[in-house]
Design a protein around this ligand. Structure first.
Ligand SMILES: [Zn+2]
Length: 76
């Protein structure tokens, strides 16, 4: 499962950036956000979803979004 596969993209971001639609598909750079019917995944013991998956409307890649506390330093 840990291997990179075609049609699958892993993105790390904050919940706030996601809500502001700053998250882009790792493959085609199309913006994916709350309006693209994300499926939130909750981990046991956490109130907030830690993971969401979205199907990119442009290239149909499954984008897996991991929510982190702060934006990664490389983002800006
Ligand atoms: Zn895409």
């Amino acid at each position: 499962m840990g291997r990179k596969r075609l049609g699958f993209s892993d993105v790390q971001t904050t919940r706030a950036a996601f809500e502001r639609e700053e998250v882009r598909c790792g493959r085609c750079k199309n913006i994916v956000g709350p309006r693209d019917e994300p499926r939130f995944v909750r981990t046991f013991g956490t109130a907030e979803p830690t993971l969401a998956t979205i199907t990119c409307p442009r290239c149909k890649t499954t984008v897996s979004i991991r929510f982190v506390e702060e934006a990664p330093a490389a983002e800006r």
